[in-house]
Design a protein around this ligand. Structure first.
Ligand SMILES: Nc1ncnc2c1ncn2[C@@H]1O[C@H](COP(=O)(O)OP(=O)(O)OP(=O)(O)O)[C@@H](O)[C@H]1O
Ligand SMILES: [Mg+2]
Length: 450
């Protein structure tokens, strides 16, 4: 693998040398620029895995460069070097999309950590097997800026955070960012899809088991919780946890202890707990399907990830970044989206949020020729603008009475089609629909299919 490449922008030769030297020792390739204009030239000319810029530059300031990168080179993570104590400009940089800052005088160990985690983020973005496509949260809308700020704040705390929002809004990405920007970033991030593990295996998957504790337990096995030791455990689709597991998790959250299956003693673990769901947990509590005590424990801090409908102004930046990533993956020149096509995208309500945008663009890219995506390439589902998918996590839309039903009809139709296609094999149908078996079963019941 080739060395990651970093661009350092600063007009002070001493600082430039210090940073270059530090990064070279981390076996990174470094390039330098002394002003905004030459930095932009370099960024246009070649790929960088990270850009590190000083705030005050001869022809502008670091913020200009941060902003420029957010529109022109969205794939490059950028961090700023701020003057000592200048928290305000650091915050402004973060709001504009910088992923972090270091202040002068430079603490080299802080710098190394920052660069290390940025390069890791980049590596993950290129890793085709990773569940996240990019470990950066893009978007300039006020809601996204607020979310980024909240992430920075909660990352410093050790409290459990519950993330909620519609499907495909970026909940897992938010969880990863909280982990990456916190004190546990060197530790593991372990996502657990609570809806995907068969109920009868869940306890041993999560807490591990002792050899011989049940048929098939041929050796001691570590659970997912233990493998998150020192890091973060991300309970995704936490609403799908069966009640008997909820009791056990409560013990973990409350006492920081677990007991592997077949083990007589409890062991203590050090994990931070993040959770997410697209369902409304308090409704589930009211229905008696989610324990209230667990709800209050995992819900100490709540983060809501807004639907794409609430922030259409983020669509151009997201689309640009997604397209750049797709093209890179397919080893082709970066394609462009025509103005009309972009308009069409911005007028569409995206019930599947960012994930749907990714799918739409991937398909469009396949259909396009000559590196330009036009409206014909964009096949959008027939969903009316203003129509919110019927998920409890979405804010009520004014005058949307009736739309819920309309969407339920669309959903019902999709499910019936998938079932017919798979000859009523629910497992296969769920796969086809991109949902868990349990989620499908739940919806079939809710919509009264069968
Ligand atoms: N603000 C964002 N900037 C960049 N990429 C994003 C953003 N939000 C979402 N994505 C991308 O969209 C995809 C879906 O995000 P993610 O898996 O985090 O969503 P989710 O809310 O967990 O979805 P689901 O409910 O379906 O599990 C991912 O590829 C993610 O990288
Ligand atoms: Mg998810």
């Amino acid at each position: 693998m080739s060395k990651p490449v970093v661009l350092i922008v600063d007009d002070e030769p001493d600082l430039l040398e210090l940073v270059s030297l530090t990064l070279s020792r981390m076996s990174l390739e470094t390039h330098t620029a002394a002003d905004v204009a030459s930095a932009q030239r370099l960024l246009k000319a070649q790929h960088f895995d990270l850009c590190l810029t000083d705030m005050r530059l001869p022809d502008g300031d670091g913020l200009d460069l941060v902003e420029w990168i957010q529109t022109h080179r969205t794939d490059v993570p950028v961090a700023v070097i701020t003057a000592h104590g200048n928290i305000q400009s650091a915050v402004r940089a973060l709001k504009l999309g910088a992923f972090d800052f270091v202040s002068k005088p430079l603490d080299l160990s802080v710098l190394r950590k920052l660069v290390g985690s940025a390069i890791k983020l980049g590596a993950r973005a290129d890793d085709a097997t990773a569940t996240t496509a990019s470990a950066r949260l893009l978007g300039h809308s006020p809601i996204m800026q607020q979310l980024r700020e909240m992430i920075g704040r909660v990352a410093r705390s050790q409290a459990p955070v519950h993330i909620y929002g519609e499907s495909g809004t970026g909940k897992e990405l938010v969880a990863r960012l909280i982990h990456e920007s916190g004190a546990r970033s060197e530790g593991p991030f372990v996502p657990v899809n609570c809806g995907a593990i068969p109920t009868e295996l869940m306890e041993s998957e999560l807490f591990g088991h002792k050899r011989g504790s049940f048929t098939g337990a041929v050796a001691d096995k570590k659970g997912l919780v233990q493998s998150a030791e020192g890091g973060t455990l991300f309970l995704d689709e936490v609403a799908d946890l069966p009640l008997h597991m909820q009791v056990k998790l409560l013990r973990l959250v409350q006492e920081k202890t677990i007991r592997p299956v077949g083990e007589s003693r409890e062991e203590s673990v050090d994990v931070r707990i993040l959770s997410a769901t697209h369902k409304n947990l308090s409704d589930l509590v009211a229905e008696g399907r989610f324990r209230e005590d667990l709800f209050y424990r995992i819900n100490v801090i709540e983060l809501r990830v807004a639907s794409l409908r609430e922030r259409p102004e983020d669509i151009p930046v997201l689309a640009g970044a997604i397209l750049a990533r797709l093209c890179r993956r397919m080893k082709m020149e970066t394609a462009r989206i025509s103005a009309e096509a972009m308009q069409a995208l911005q007028a569409y309500p995206f019930p599947g949020n960012v994930r749907e945008l990714e799918n739409v663009l991937e398909r469009a890219l396949t259909l396009s020729t000559g590196g330009v995506i036009t409206p014909e390439h964009i096949k959008l589902r027939a969903v009316q603008r203003g129509a919110a998918p019927h998920t409890p996590a979405s804010a009520p839309v004014n005058g949307s009475v009736g739309l819920g039903h309309q969407l339920e009809d669309i959903e019902r139709e999709a499910i019936v089609k998938a079932l017919e296609k798979t000859r009523y094999n629910k497992t296969a149908a769920a796969k086809l629909l991109g949902m868990t078996f349990r989620a499908l079963r739940y919806r079939i019941k809710k919509l009264g299919i069968e």
